[in-house]
Design a protein around this ligand. Structure first.
Ligand code: FES
Ligand code: MG
Length: 592
């Protein structure tokens, strides 16, 4: 427990609710918050005022049950002597938002920072779930630095088709191939896809939502064991109550995000992400949270700390189970304990419950060691990201936990050079171009082709598109080749099992080397050396660079909305977290 405590006179809400030096302010705040029935005692007697950032709405179905859950949060806040104030977070729904939900992460971040700065809140409960809701909240918590705790909404129940598990997102990638191969029709495609969503909650695979909520827990920003409780379970509502109780004590203990979000905590998050087979969006979001916490974390850190970590969570897309089994097997605490015992984690880092990580997870055993593997019996020995560099980009990630045997056999089994492959590239400029041309026989795509997607980074496609995992042409799928190596400056869904090389930075739209590629070029990828290079002589590369400059650079589509233009003007590349550059210098903005 923290030995530092504050008194009610030190609550920041007192400036609004009990401030004799500014009687007008106090009068205006009190009369208006009393107009729906709050009492003078609740507002003026020095009870902590606790915000609840409500991320659920009809537009955000993955988080919608927070509308119910916050009732338990409020019960907990009141039981601990606080006063709850619920307010909306800008909606972020991954599957629906055009052009991409990633645009909303920074917008929701900005909105939340303003609320935390400008309103009479002493602490905040961050309700999270769908992919970007979690990083948006954690980034804002880091910038504002008022006591904050994450409450995940939890994943959906397992999806089933007969006795077969059907995982969110992952099933869509599989079904699209079957649709392309002519195995199933459109109606069956839709019917099978809906099997994956049997209840309230977010994606039940280890996609970006489960990964980021697990990251919140690994960072110490939520109650131990809370990240992966399925949304409909009674324990989910119980932990909502406990989260409400706990944030009040965090206010009295003055336990703030920057006391928890230390370099060691981020190093833990990287290790845990590898062991979970976490989303390729995690490095983007975790690097962003770190930057807002004033810590430089980069993709070299991800490879250095994460690559050699074994895959322990046998959960789709890297494994075979879903989140219900993962939760029953011990969830994030069991993984943390396994990693801690293997000496891979910093155990002496503070967490939201006021205890050190090691104290929280010391008793958390794996209850099913097929679902959560023992450290010395993993699914994959080295499951983290490889950070590739070369003449095409400074950084691009490959998620090694999802390199399937078939992919390894086809591309990574040359006796002389088992960790390298080379191929002729076919280049697409954005996903519309891909869909329009992928089946064109003139492209001559065969099993030695590398598919390249560019114009899909945070500037080229505002927010960065999840389009790098491209399906081969239908003719190739029918011939039994259902995956090809993919490379690009966009992202891919965390539910995808594709070992694409993605998040390439700098992107084509800001002068990155992918802009210089031409269909027919040869590219060599060497995983052992961490290199990806266009095989071309320097003079030819320079000539292409000059030609591109004389055409005015890589052309990307115009802005569609004011926010797209504003974000494009200040967004950083994916390796730097896709943060808004001017925002990263702000610290402690909610401190009076
Ligand atoms: Fe919302 Fe996956 S689409 S969590
Ligand atoms: Mg996604």
């Amino acid at each position: 427990m923290s030995d530092h405590t504050i008194t009610s006179d030190q609550l920041r809400s007192r400036w609004w609710f009990d401030n004799p030096d500014h009687p007008g302010t106090t009068a205006l705040c009190i009369e208006r918050y009393m107009n729906y029935g709050l009492t003078l005692d609740e507002l003026k007697s020095g009870k902590p005022i606790i915000g609840i950032a409500q991320s659920g709405s009809d537009l955000t179905p993955c988080n919608r049950h927070h509308i119910e859950l916050v009732k338990r949060v409020k019960d907990g806040i009141r039981a601990a002597g606080g006063v709850p104030f619920e307010f909306p977070l800008h909606p972020i729904h991954e599957n629906v938002r055009r052009p991409t939900a990633a645009l909303d992460r920074n917008l929701a971040y900005l909105g939340l920072v303003e609320v935390l700065h400008g309103y009479p809140l002493d602490g905040v409960v961050l309700t999270t779930g769908c992919d970007k809701t979690t990083p948006a909240c954690l980034m804002a918590a880091a910038t504002a630095n008022i006591p904050a705790i994450v409450l995940s909404g939890g994943p959906m129940l397992n999806g089933w088709r007969g006795s077969e598990r059907v995982g969110s997102g992952t099933i869509i990638w599989e079904l699209r191939k079957r649709l392309a191969a002519g195995d199933i029709g459109y109606e069956e495609f839709l019917s099978r896809a809906t099997d994956s969503a049997p209840s309230i909650g977010h994606c039940n695979t280890m996609g970006t939502a489960s990964t980021m909520n697990s990251m919140a827990e690994a960072l110490g920003m939520s109650l131990p064991g809370s990240a992966m409780i399925p949304a409909p379970y009674k324990e989910r509502a119980m932990v909502a109550y406990q989260t409400g109780e706990r944030i009040v004590d965090m206010v009295w203990e003055d336990l703030r995000p920057l006391d928890i979000l230390t370099r060691e905590a981020f190093e833990n998050a990287i290790v845990v992400c590898s062991a979970l087979g976490g989303s390729s969006n995690a490095p983007i979001h975790v690097n962003a949270i770190a930057r807002h916490a004033g810590i430089e974390l980069d993709n070299d850190d991800w490879q250095r700390l994460g690559h050699a970590i074994p895959l322990l969570a046998n959960v789709m897309p890297a494994g075979i189970y879903l989140s219900e089994e993962f939760h029953r097997a011990g969830g994030v605490p069991a993984v943390l304990n396994e990693l801690l015992r293997a000496g891979r984690l910093h155990g002496d880092v503070m967490t939201a419950n006021g205890r050190m990580l090691a104290a929280n997870v010391g008793e958390s055993e794996t209850l099913d060691d097929d679902v959560i593997r023992r450290y010395d019996n993993p699914l994959v020995a080295h499951a983290g990201f490889i950070n590739l560099k070369g003449n095409l980009f400074d950084s691009a990630l490959m998620k090694t936990s999802v390199i399937a045997d078939d992919f390894r056999r086809r591309f990574l089994s040359r006796p002389k050079d088992p960790e390298a492959f080379e191929g002729r590239v076919v280049v697409f400029d954005g996903s519309e171009d891909y869909h329009a041309r992928i089946d064109d026989p003139a492209l001559a795509i065969d099993e030695d082709t590398i598919l390249v997607m560019r114009g899909a980074g945070p500037v080229g496609h505002p927010g960065g598109a999840e389009v790098v995992n491209m399906q081969p042409p239908e003719a190739l799928i029918r011939a039994g080749i259902d995956s090809l190596p993919c490379l690009g400056d966009g992202r891919q869904s965390g539910t995808s099992g594709s070992p694409s090389i993605l998040n390439a930075a700098p992107e084509a739209a800001v002068g990155g080397g992918l802009a210089l590629l031409e269909t027919g070029d040869r590219v060599r990828i060497d995983l052992a050396r961490g290199e990806a290079n266009l095989l071309i002589d320097a003079a030819e590369l320079q000539a292409r660079r000059e030609a591109l400059a004389s055409r005015g650079g890589y052309i990307y589509p115009p802005h569609q909305t004011p926010w797209q233009e504003i974000q494009r003007g200040m967004v950083e590349q994916l390796d730097r977290g896709m943060t808004l550059e001017p925002a990263t210098k702000y610290r402690d903005v909610a401190r009076q």
